[in-house]
Design a protein around this ligand. Structure first.
Ligand SMILES: Nc1ncnc2c1ncn2[C@@H]1O[C@H](COP(=O)(O)OP(=O)(O)OP(=O)(O)O)[C@@H](O)[C@H]1O
Ligand SMILES: [Mg+2]
Length: 321
């Protein structure tokens, strides 16, 4: 049994202008100890997918279909109290906008201790040693002093380490990390990635790692899924995707990473799709250099092999993917 099995998960936002299918029948699995990356441009539905997995989609958003099996149990069927017990303890999350999750008026050590207290009824005073060793684990130097620091006294990288500490405090089985390195410069980004890799080894942690940057994902993930306009367009082992991307959108994402490394600018041609008014057929065809007339009428279909799959008409009649 997989640790996490997401099956045909769909989330919609109902807004005065219309309906957005932010996550449209997305499926993915994560094994114990596995890191699965989710990549895609801004607005492709990555955060919405992450929130849906732990049932944190708020109105005007609504989960409208699918299953989220965690250790075989459908999280979408649990009552509010039972899902609260799983959040933090079994599945924890590092949110995309870290600064808004640290309270400016409390020392960071107190905020970490609160995580323990909320789930274990432990006495706050007894927790200091535990918190200090957790800060050491996320490689915060002078942790005995830092435990009393306020968020404004810490750098962006240190704040991200505090959030990682909060996320691993209760030794969860699955960590969902939503763009955990995007706000950081390259050196700190590399440090955070190596920290997450270490924690993964030490705790046997599984990670759902979200980023718009395929280069970052390839440094940590075993497999990845690529999202476009709320749908999975490609999935497979990281190495295969980076070396031999199949979907034209994935090819463009890989090219964007390679040219960025050479300090040249490359952006994917065309504009991201209007989510209120998606084109019929393949949603990528208006931007696709390989598009044929028939792509306008194409019905989404994932062509699978033993390693993953691709959802593109080019591969439909070849028997390969
Ligand atoms: N609270 C909300 N209310 C209305 N629409 C929303 C809300 N959150 C997300 N959406 C819409 O859902 C779609 C997916 O958004 P989401 O934030 O999941 O994308 P993302 O891939 O995480 O993007 P980013 O890379 O910018 O973080 C977008 O069209 C977005 O406008
Ligand atoms: Mg996001």
């Amino acid at each position: 049994m997989k640790l996490l099995e997401v099956e045909d998960l769909s989330v919609e936002y109902h807004l005065p202008q219309g309906k957005v299918k932010a996550v449209d029948e997305v499926s993915l699995t994560i094994d114990k100890g596995e890191v699965v990356g989710v990549v895609g441009e801004s607005g492709s539905g990555k955060s919405t997918l992450a929130h849906a997995v732990i049932r944190l989609v708020r109105p005007p958003g609504k989960i409208v279909g699918g299953r989220v099996l965690f250790n075989g149990q459908d999280l979408l069927k649990l009552n509010d109290e039972d899902i609260r017990k799983i959040r933090g303890k079994e599945i924890s999350m590092i949110f995309q906008d870290p600064s808004s999750y640290l309270n400016p008026v409390y020392p960071v050590g107190f905020q970490i201790a609160e995580v323990y207290e909320a789930h274990n009824n432990t006495n706050m005073k007894e927790l200091n040693g535990e918190v200090v060793s957790l800060l050491k684990k996320v490689r915060i130097t002078d942790s005995e002093v830092r435990v009393g620091s306020y968020p404004y006294e810490l750098s962006g990288g240190m704040k991200q380490r505090i959030l990682i500490a909060m996320a691993i405090a209760l030794k969860p089985k699955l960590l969902i990390a939503d763009e955990p390195t995007s706000a950081l410069d390259t050196t700190i980004q590399a440090e955070i990635l190596s920290l997450l890799n270490e924690l993964k080894e030490e705790y046997g942690l599984s990670i759902l790692f979200i980023s718009h940057d395929i280069g970052v994902v390839s440094k940590i993930a075993d497999r990845m899924i690529v999202m476009y306009a709320g749908k999975v367009v490609e999935e497979g082992p990281v190495r295969r995707i980076v070396e031999e991307p199949l979907h034209p959108y994935t090819k463009a994402l890989v090219l964007a990473t390679k040219t960025a490394r050479k300090k040249k600018l490359f952006s994917i041609p065309g504009t991201p799709p209007d989510m209120f008014n998606l084109p019929k057929g393949c949603t990528f065809y208006p931007r696709c250099p390989y598009a044929k007339e028939t792509c306008k009428e194409w019905n989404y279909k994932m062509i699978r092999d033993h390693e993953g799959g691709v959802a593109c008409a080019i591969y439909e009649n070849t028997g390969s993917s």
